[in-house]
Design a protein around this ligand. Structure first.
Ligand SMILES: O=C(O)CCC(=O)C(=O)O
Ligand SMILES: [Fe+2]
Length: 526
């Protein structure tokens, strides 16, 4: 990072404890949403089996087990019992009631999770299908019914999204429904007669298309980072802030933002600068923050305070502040969440709003171009440090991929650590990539672990298959990322970029348009 007089080193590192980017465990909310779909699918399969006069006990038992182990909260027990009862019941009424219950539970998830769960459901259907069909014909009827049942559940869920009251959700739902319909050629009747195209790939292709729809315009990449400051640091900052002088926040707001901004900000004093220095230091030492933001410098920071009735309406932050480009914005929450009401930071995107209200010491980091607002504070006082980062890496997509690589590399380097020489890299060192990339973008991304080997990532990593850290003090080390992993991540970045572009120019334009609530946007210069 550029010198800020704070002694921040160059150390930056992988995001410990973060699961995004990895393919392993799903977020609990998403795993729950997927289980709801698969349970519904298994029940539909059981229903079809029973409908043809066969015993469906095995499929019902499978659904009950998934309810017990794959769902969160009280729903797990409730559904387990209700599904077990189905086994004994002779009529089909219980199935209909359960479909309804499952649909209601699914509707509680966010639209983004519902779309992602549909994609995962299609993948699960594809896997069953591959087991079920050999040489173009059904060879395992139970597997076939499972694929068919999950496919039907996924269709019902897409129908539900398409019928949403929210126009943007309904639009994506209809698009997804059409994509799912195309995979219908994989199915015939319940015994698999009349299949037009016996290909599991139809289901996987639909899954991929749904995933892309879910990504379109719908993901300002928001990172929540817990525990940036511990409770003692928070207490010290709060005390220091109490002694500051505050003035009308509109003072620093640009022409348009003045109209929607209502808060107070600490006046520029040495005491405020001392607070910023502490925040800079903590953020520069935070591995997740540096991996996500690749900070080159802090363009601006503010201490903001919202009392009752104060708010900040929908806006995007200024792309340039004090002469520096702003790539990422952050809010470091400092007030106890039960000490004020309202005051959530709301991130807006095409299909939903996320309200972010964090514990003191936690931070949210988001692209400066994202639409956001601060809800009115109804009671109490909300105090936060907000700031803007100029990143070494200008492109949000590339930053995201680099962070993914950090996460992947961390996992892989931990696994390989025992097979590699351990190197003392406790001091920042000169780096180069050995593949013609500028060192500037790299130096901020050097990571040194105690047991793990050093490695570096560059903004232009796409042009080389592996990278090398060369330094006079240590031997060269290959970056522990396989070409295949890098290709996959690159593909993901391309998909993201492509879906954004098509969204801006093509079919999804109305969805993009719906991102922009008419008449309420302002450009803020803070
Ligand atoms: O206080 C926050 O969480 C964000 C404030 C904000 O949007 C701004 O100052 O531009
Ligand atoms: Fe803002």
């Amino acid at each position: 990072m550029e010198a800020e007089g704070e002694g921040e080193g160059e150390a930056a590192a992988a995001g410990e404890g973060e699961s995004e980017g990895g393919s392993s465990a799903l977020e609990p909310a998403l795993a729950h949403a997927r289980s709801l779909l698969v349970i519904d699918g298994l029940l539909r399969a059981a229903e079809a089996q029973r409908g043809s006069g066969e015993d469906a006990a095995e499929l019902i038992e499978e659904a009950a087990e998934l309810a017990e182990h794959g769902l969160e909260g009280a729903l797990a027990g409730e559904l387990y019992e209700r599904i077990e009862e189905l086994e004994a019941a002779a009529d089909d009424q219980g199935f209909a009631e359960l479909h309804e219950r499952l649909a209601a539970a699914r509707a509680e998830a966010t639209a983004a999770d519902r779309l992602e769960a549909i994609s995962l459901g299609l993948r699960a259907a594809g896997e069953h299908y591959a087991e079920a069909v050999t040489d173009g014909a059904v060879s395992d009827r139970t597997e076939y019914l499972e694929a068919f049942g999950i496919y039907e559940a996924v269709k019902a869920e897409a129908d539900a999204l398409a019928a949403s009251d929210e126009a943007a959700v309904a639009e994506v739902g209809a698009e997804v429904r059409a994509q799912i319909e195309e995979a219908g050629a994989a199915f015939g009747g319940s015994a698999g007669e009349d299949i037009t195209t016996p290909e599991a790939s139809l289901l996987h292709a639909a899954a991929a298309r749904v995933e892309l729809s879910a990504l379109s315009c719908a993901d300002p990449m928001v990172h929540v980072i817990g525990g940036v400051l511990d409770s003692h640091e928070v207490a010290a900052l709060r005390e220091a802030i109490e002694a500051l002088e505050f003035e009308d926040g509109r003072r620093t707001a640009g022409r348009y933002a003045k109209g929607v901004k209502s808060n107070e900000q600490a006046a520029d004093t040495p005491a405020r600068e001392a607070i910023f220095a502490k925040v800079r230091k903590a953020l520069s030492a935070n591995e997740v923050f540096t991996s996500v933001a690749r900070p080159r410098k802090f363009a601006r920071m503010l201490v903001s305070r919202y009392g009752p009735g104060m708010a900040y309406g929908t806006h995007v932050d200024d792309p340039i502040m004090k002469g520096s480009r702003t790539d990422m914005s952050f809010t470091l929450f400092l007030s106890e969440t039960d000490s004020y009401e309202g005051g959530g930071l709301v991130m807006e995107d095409a299909i939903e709003e996320r309200v972010i209200r964090l514990e003191p010491g936690d931070l949210v980091l988001y692209p400066t171009s994202a639409l956001h607002r601060v809800e009115p504070v109804e009671q109490g006082t909300r105090v936060a440090v907000v700031g803007w980062v100029t990143s070494w890496v200008r492109s949000a997509e590339r930053r995201e991929v680099l962070h993914d690589l950090d996460v992947a590399a961390r996992a892989s380097s931990t696994a390989r650590a025992s097979r590699r020489p351990s190197i003392d890299c406790s001091r920042p060192r000169a780096t180069s990539t050995g593949c013609g990339l500028p060192t500037e973008g790299i130096s901020a991304a050097v990571r040194c672990g105690a047991a793990a080997p050093c490695f570096a990532f560059g903004d232009g990593y796409g042009s080389c298959r592996s990278q090398t850290i060369a330094s006079s003090a240590a031997p060269s080390i290959q970056i522990p990322i396989t070409a295949a992993a890098a290709m996959a991540l690159r593909g993901r970045a391309r998909d993201r970029a492509a879906s954004r572009n098509s969204c801006m120019s093509g079919a999804g334009i109305s969805r993009c348009a719906s991102m922009i609530p008419s008449g309420t946007i302002s450009r803020s210069s803070n």
